[in-house]
Design a protein around this ligand. Structure first.
Ligand code: PGA
Length: 249
């Protein structure tokens, strides 16, 4: 199976800027043949992404989804609305949303169910804080997040879920986890999935790593044991630099 490269544009790019960005990436599509690239655009660029990415092998992603189907939620975007914009995958539970917007595990669990119900694949982010890492609570933290977020799901739904291991202390901080740290975290995630579902589920769930990836560290991390790819934030914003980075994988 080809590995994932997921680009999280975060709160960047006007539609015009997304247009130039996507055009640069699409023009180098041959560099991507052995990878599965997903670009998670801001909401305001999704429709444009739908048009530009149709007919390419690049998957259109979004960065968040409302925890309810429709109704009195001013400013929120529903699963149906994302689907209508051509979105295939959606990031859920990013640590920036957990901390800045106080998203709970319970809310993330609802978002996952709504996304799946609307035929969207989920990129579920989990990761330990620096305090948890320093007090040797990484496994406990990851296990609790997996237990809470995947509660009530059927095992066959896991084929539409990618788990992104994103240590909170590594996101946007310039501090990358070592390959050893990553393999340790990924193992804990797989074990938690196994405990909730089955040994097969723990083995087969796709897990990617995200957190301060750059042109220097991507190659070794991309090849870390048990990893199905990477999620890139800040370093994906410059299309040419991002393409150079991908070429090292
Ligand atoms: P970063 O972001 O690569 O800038 O650390 C990763 C993420 O937020 O998912």
């Amino acid at each position: 199976m080809k590995k994932h490269i997921i680009a999280n544009i975060k709160m960047n790019q006007t539609p015009e800027e997304s247009k130039f960005y996507l055009a640069s990436i699409i023009s180098k599509a041959s560099a991507l043949v052995d990878k599965r690239l997903t670009i998670c655009l801001p909401y305001t660029s999704l429709n444009l992404g739908k048009m530009m990415l149709s007919g390419t092998d690049i998957t259109l992603g979004a960065q968040n989804i409302a925890e309810e189907e429709e109704g009195l939620l001013t400013g929120e975007i529903s699963g149906r609305m994302l689907k209508g914009c051509g979105v295939k995958r959606v990031i859920v539970g990013h640590s920036e949303r957990r901390s800045r917007f106080k998203e709970s595990g319970q809310a993330i669990n609802k978002k996952i169910k709504i996304a799946l119900k609307n035929g969207l694949q989920v990129i579920l982010c989990v990761g330990e804080s620096l305090v948890e890492k320093n007090t040797l609570k990484t496994v406990a933290s990851l296990t609790a997040q997996i237990d809470e977020c995947l509660k009530g799901l059927y095992e066959n739904e896991l084929e539409n879920i990618i788990i992104a291991y994103e240590p909170v202390w590594a996101i946007g901080s310039g501090k990358t986890a070592s390959v050893k740290d990553i393999e340790y975290g990924v193992k804990a995630i797989r074990k938690a999935v196994e405990n909730n579902f089955s040994e097969k589920a723990g083995k087969e769930i796709e897990v990617v790593y995200g957190g301060s990836l750059n042109g220097k560290n991507i190659a070794s991390i991309y090849n870390a044991e048990g990893l199905n790819g990477v999620l890139v934030g800040g370093a994906c914003l410059d299309a040419q630099a991002f393409l150079r980075m991908i070429s090292k994988c």
